[in-house]
Design a protein. Structure first.
Length: 94
């Protein structure tokens, strides 16, 4: 899961995205300069903006610039679709 920071940088409490929220994220949903992620569709209804942990922003930046419509976690065979955790899980437990 993508870890997001609470409102204050020094606050040890963090919030997490659901798998579905995480898999829907595109590079266009991220403002890396501001360190935020925009969630268009959430489990609880209204869109929201969450701050992203600085270490995660740094990791995303290391992967280079991507088009706004590219999913952050795209499937390898079908980049327009989100990856699935179930496939990775089955591979990991073999």
């Amino acid at each position: 899961m993508l870890e997001v920071e609470s409102q204050r940088e020094d606050n040890p409490r963090t919030r997490f995205l659901t798998d579905a929220e995480l898999l829907r994220l595109t590079y266009g949903d991220l403002d890396l300069a501001a360190g935020t992620a925009y969630l268009r569709t959430t489990r609880n209804g209204p869109p929201r903006v969450l701050p992203v942990v600085r270490a995660v922003v740094a990791d995303i930046k290391r992967h280079g610039d991507k088009a706004a419509d590219v999913r952050l976690f795209a499937a390898k065979c079908q980049p327009d679709k989100a990856m699935t955790f179930s496939t990775m899980w089955r591979t990991a437990v073999k």
